[in-house]
Design a binder for this molecule. Structure first.
Ligand SMILES: [Zn+2]
Ligand SMILES: [Zn+2]
Length: 354
């Protein structure tokens, strides 16, 4: 009885279709659209065994038909391991989504145990939070999964709700605004070599400086305009002057400026951007296999001859030098000739031999 009563109260657009009130049909609103939804309750009126039938567009909104099917087939097993929550769990959760606004919901699974909410930060960046509910909700808070560079913990009382979490999520987004501003500027105005597709939690960037020279920086998410750890990569004759400029100009670093501006001022360079540089005159590809990525490694061995400067993968250069009778090996260092300019090249093996 309680279940049937709730259903009509919480979802006024879902109407019972039969005398026993086991079939409900109607509409729910999600992302400003109305979707047809049909719920079939089993004879014992246990909501957790109810069947959910919805249209394709709604399944698309609920993000991924495959996942729903997978969860449906996995349902039996999880029910045996974890007792299902009481019926009030569902009605209060639907109530909370209703008051938060369906437009903020981007995903819900058929068991209502995982939902995803969206939020825009003040700079218009889109963010998602995944909530995994426990059967004791709302006594216990859900697990919150976010794409942040810092841990995200929520303060929770049994009176808290989805609106509480959403508000705390927005506050956390605000506290990270400066970090993402800094990272977005780097991603837009420089050529990021790594990571290939930075996530919102990624604090590391390897930035191209010139032909076969790059700098790797680790940005502090709490103090994003402070001087980061810098690691230069490239031929020594190019890297050493950059290290000296960093040392000599460090007093010019101004946390009031953006990170990119500070790097430009202190290193006295202009960062090439992907749009201003022709890929042909600016290749970072390995001179042996002609690829950039090889099993996740990038060409980080560089010929030190100023007129050459050709980069190679460590694994490629190792195989090449090992095949030459003129190469010598001493512990983990191999001395040989550059495959391009035949000048002496030294390979220090940083990882175990391939
Ligand atoms: Zn290679
Ligand atoms: Zn060379």
């Amino acid at each position: 009885m309680a279940v049937r009563g709730c259903m009509a109260r919480q979802c006024p657009l879902l109407l019972p279709q039969d005398r026993e009130k086991r079939v409900y049909d109607g509409f729910i609103t999600a992302q400003d659209q109305d979707f047809r939804l049909r719920i079939l309750l089993p004879s014992d009126f246990q909501l957790q065994n109810a069947q959910l039938q919805c249209s394709w567009p709604l399944k698309k909104v609920l993000h991924g038909y495959h996942q729903i099917v997978k969860q449906e087939t996995a349902l039996k097993n999880t029910h045996e391991l974890h007792p299902p929550p009481p019926p009030q769990y569902y009605s209060s959760l639907v109530n909370e989504i209703e008051s938060l606004g369906w437009d903020k919901l981007v995903y819900v699974d058929t068991e209502f145990s995982t939902i995803k909410l969206k939020a825009d930060d003040t700079a218009g960046r889109k963010h998602l939070i995944t909530l995994k509910f426990k059967t004791k909700y709302p006594v216990e808070p859900p697990d919150c999964i976010v794409d942040f560079p810092v841990p995200f913990t929520i303060s929770w009382t049994p009176q808290s709700s989805l609106a509480t979490i959403h508000a705390q999520f927005l506050a956390a987004l605000d506290s990270l605004k400066m970090f993402w501003d800094v990272m977005d500027e780097l991603d837009e105005k420089t050529w990021i070599l790594e990571p290939e597709k930075p996530t919102r939690s990624a604090t590391l960037r390897r930035i191209a400086i010139g032909n076969n020279v790059s700098v790797s920086i680790e940005v502090d998410p709490r103090h994003p305009t402070m001087i980061p750890e810098c690691y230069f990569l490239g031929a020594e004759h190019v890297v050493n002057p950059l290290k000296m400029k960093l040392n000599n100009n460090i007093h010019m670093w101004d946390p009031e400026n953006t990170l990119l501006q500070n790097l430009k001022d202190v290193l006295e360079i202009i960062f090439p951007s992907r749009s201003t540089i022709e890929k042909a005159d600016y290749t970072m590809d390995c001179g042996i296999c002609y690829a950039y990525r090889l099993d996740n490694a990038i060409p980080d061995q560089v010929c030190d001859d100023p007129r050459c400067g050709q980069p190679f993968h460590q694994a490629c250069l190792y195989e090449w030098l090992r095949g030459l009778p003129s190469s010598r090996q001493s512990f983990n260092v191999i001395f040989g000739e550059c495959p391009y300019c035949s000048k002496p090249i030294v390979l220090k093996m940083s990882i175990k031999k391939p």
